[in-house]
Design a protein around this ligand. Structure first.
Ligand code: SPQ
Length: 735
């Protein structure tokens, strides 16, 4: 790449980059200049450089790359010293943590910044310093920010990018100003606080005790105060503006917390702490553009499931996703504190939870399924600081559309790649009729969804063209703020959790046949919610136990709301052996333990009336059909094509790969029961497809590998552990 590279300064960063050049043979000759003769002699001893110079001007003679790796405040004097010794075609780059002052130093020395001057900043380092602390892998999987100017030479810029890529870094470009703003907040301010806290405590007369009893928190928080003082002295001065403005907003934050403590304002204190805790736990996830989940699994996952095995035992699957979403929404809009147990800690419900935190609601937890929501009332939501990101969750986006249409502030909602393809006009249209200003994107009316605040809504009478609980719920929720009555008629019964829960919060909702009525202008009163286990998650085990030999499972505390029991009806019609035990009602929702044993299934024509009642269970029911004797025919289920994936096509493709005769039709599928083989199938990031093919292995005669399974965490975070415990031979690979 280069004939001769000259380093000015050979500390941690400079010497690490020199090691990269050496190890990858990127330079024929590497030289350095340093104010420290010892640094040069150590570098020569370990073979890192071919020659060392006290005088920087001597070092840069004939160099085709000069790397400025000394403290940033020395940039101007170094450039002035080497200016006349540089060859015309030289590329100059630097590694400083501030960019504005480096660029203005170059401008002062050269008149205009040379076109082959490439300001760069590797975001790597440690509190160690010096030539011996350098490591060849210091930049591996770290970010390097390059801040080219409008007139920067593209070829030189590319070469510097390539050099950093060889070092294993991810290279990003930014403007000089943006770099300094961002780094002030993410790096310079934390260092300043760490130095300042340690110094403040060290000055106190009791400091010996303070340091003797310094526990983990103090140590963690102040680790970076062990960094090189002269380097940080320079950075603080070099990025004065950025740091002062970051410090101002930090001081305001500290002041808010201080006032809350002085006023014993528990809600305000908890609000700050819970928001910070979540942001801290989830920032890696937020960066990866996925929703919020404890394990922060941003890697792609593959399930490898060995053929055979059975399912046995008592199992409790996680909380109902639909009810979990609604508990956060209504709890936030209620007056008082709502306590939720059995909450689903999956990414979808957590995305809803985060959206309300972003709108100023204090939410404690979730911790072991327990959540406490400090409701703000129907008029207490605040404008979120950014677009609301709801990940993979259609329910969040469609129900929130109704709520946000009635707020005083503007909002934008975005989602992941799968959600960004799903239709949003179905909810936008009726909301517009109510007076909402809501906009979807592109010809197909997909996310992002933008909503203008301050619109007066009025009740409408709406005949839903599709049977959708999400559309019904979105319109009903908007109806809370609408003038007059909102009347919705559904073409077929869909899940009625919103209606039941609204009543649980003391709000009057009338249901007469297929028509639901709600009057605007009331209020919600906080309550307790016990979320039953999700029948949609239990369905995998219902099908698994039906198709596996010698299976016998009891699925505990499962919600058996009549609008959700299509899977039970269909499996029973196929000959499934399912018994409902201990039927009871919990918080307005019917619940039972469900015993499922192996059965000889037969193919059927699925009753269309069961379709909306089993809409999310068809991926697993298709597996049941593949294991049944004879033909199963599904019609009237075109909605499956607009879920997290096209569930008709994706399931048909997978079944065909596994040797089953599956024929997709526009609104369903025709499946001939047969012998499932092994093979590799793709879930297209759809949680329900991934779990369905996993349980298929119970009756397959070869291993099934399933690609793209990370999204199982959206609805069923511990699926693998629970299924393995029950007898499924499942392994997870990170790919
Ligand atoms: O939230 P999301 O992504 O739309 O989730 C799904 C699922 O499979 O988990 C659908 F893909 O469930 C929907 C369900 O299909 C959840 C839901 C609800 O909570 O109101 C209603 C159904 O959707 P729809 O479009 O029929 O209203």
């Amino acid at each position: 790449m280069f004939n001769k590279v000259a380093f000015i300064g050979l500390g941690l960063i400079g010497s690490s980059l020199a090691r990269v050049l050496r190890a990858n043979h990127l330079a024929q000759t590497i030289v350095a200049s340093s104010r420290s003769p010892r640094t040069l002699s150590l570098a020569l001893d370990i073979g890192l450089i071919d020659a060392g110079y006290a005088d920087a001007a001597e070092a840069v003679l004939d160099a085709d790359l000069v790397v400025l790796a000394m403290p940033v405040c020395a940039t101007q004097s170094v450039l002035a010293a080497i200016k006349d010794s540089l060859k015309a075609s030289v590329i100059i780059t630097d590694v400083g943590s501030t960019k504005g002052n480096v660029v203005s130093a170059a401008e002062t020395v050269f008149g205009i910044v040379p076109t082959r001057f490439i300001p760069a900043h590797p975001i790597a380092g440690s509190e160690q310093s010096g030539v011996l602390a350098g490591k060849v892998d210091l930049f591996d999987r770290h970010k390097v920010i390059i801040t080219p100017l409008p007139h920067t030479d593209a070829e030189a810029c590319l070469l510097i990018q390539q050099m950093w890529q060889v070092a294993g870094a991810e290279v990003l470009t930014m403007t000089v100003q943006r770099h300094d703003e961002v780094l002030a907040k993410t790096s310079h301010l934390p260092h300043l606080l760490a130095f300042s806290l340690v110094d403040t405590l060290a000055r106190e007369s009791q400091n010996l005790d303070i340091f003797r009893f310094a526990a983990g928190g103090f140590r963690d928080f102040t680790r970076i105060a062990g960094s090189d003082p002269s380097m940080w002295h320079d950075i603080f001065l070099a990025n004065e503006q950025g740091i002062l403005s970051a410090l101002d907003s930090f001081s305001q934050g500290v002041e808010r917390l201080k006032s809350a403590i002085v006023a014993h304002d528990s809600d305000a204190i908890l609000g700050i702490l819970t928001r910070a805790q979540v942001a801290r736990h989830h920032f890696t996830h937020m960066l990866a553009g996925t929703a919020y989940q404890k394990t922060m699994n941003t890697k792609n996952l593959q399930f490898v499931v060995e053929a055979g095995g059975t399912l046995q035992g008592n199992l409790r699957v996680p909380g109902d996703k639909s009810i979990s979403h609604r508990s956060i929404m209504l709890g936030s809009l209620a007056e008082g504190v709502t306590e939720v147990t059995g909450f689903l800690e999956g990414e979808d419900a957590l995305a809803t939870l985060q959206a309300f935190r972003d709108m100023g609601v204090v939410i404690e937890g979730p911790k072991n399924g327990e959540v406490r929501i400090h409701g703000v009332g129907l008029h207490g939501l605040q404008a979120p600081p950014n677009a609301l990101y709801v990940g993979n969750s259609g329910t969040s986006m469609r129900l929130l559309s109704g709520i946000l249409s009635a707020q005083k502030f503007d909002t934008v909602m975005t989602g992941d790649a799968s959600l960004s393809k799903r239709p949003m006009e179905r909810i936008a249209k009726p909301l517009r009729q109510m007076g909402a200003m809501i906009q979807t994107t592109g010809e197909k009316g997909t996310p992002p969804v933008s909503i203008k605040g301050n619109q007066a809504l009025k009740g409408i009478t709406y005949d839903m063209p599709v049977a959708s609980a999400q559309v019904k719920s979105g319109v009903l929720l908007a109806g809370l703020w609408a003038e007059g009555e909102t009347v919705i008629t559904e073409p077929a019964p869909t899940r009625d959790h919103s209606e039941r829960m609204l009543r649980g919060f003391g709000y009057k909702v009338k249901t007469e046949g297929s028509t639901i009525r709600i009057q605007g202008g009331g209020k919600l009163t906080a309550t307790k919610i016990d979320v039953p286990a999700d029948i949609s998650s239990a369905a995998f085990f219902m099908v698994g136990a039906s198709i596996a030999p010698n299976a016998d499972v009891v699925l505990e505390h499962v919600g058996i709301n009549p609008t959700r029991i299509g899977v039970i009806n269909i499996l029973r019609a196929m000959g499934g052996d399912l018994t409902l035990l201990n039927e009871r009602e919990v918080g307005g929702e019917p619940v039972a333990d469900i015993r499922v044993r192996s059965a000889k299934l037969k193919g059927i024509q699925i009753n269309e009336a069961d379709v909306p009642l089993a809409i999310d269970e068809f991926p697993s029911l298709f597996i049941a059909a593949a294991c049944a004797e004879g033909t199963t025919v599904l019609t009237g289920a075109e909605e499956l094509r607009v879920k997290e994936s096209d569930r008709i096509q994706v399931m048909a493709d997978g079944l065909i790969t596994l040797g089953i005769d599956a024929q997709p039709t526009p609104d369903g599928m025709i499946i001939q029961g047969g012998q499932l083989g092994g093979g590799k199938v793709v879930s297209h990031g759809d949680h329900r497809i991934a779990m369905s093919f996993a349980i298929a292995a119970l009756r397959a005669n070869g291993t099934i590998e399933i690609e793209d399974c990370a999204n199982v965490a959206t609805s069923f975070p511990l699926f693998v552990e629970l299924a393995r415990g029950a007898g499924l031979k499942i392994k997870v690979l990170e790919v």
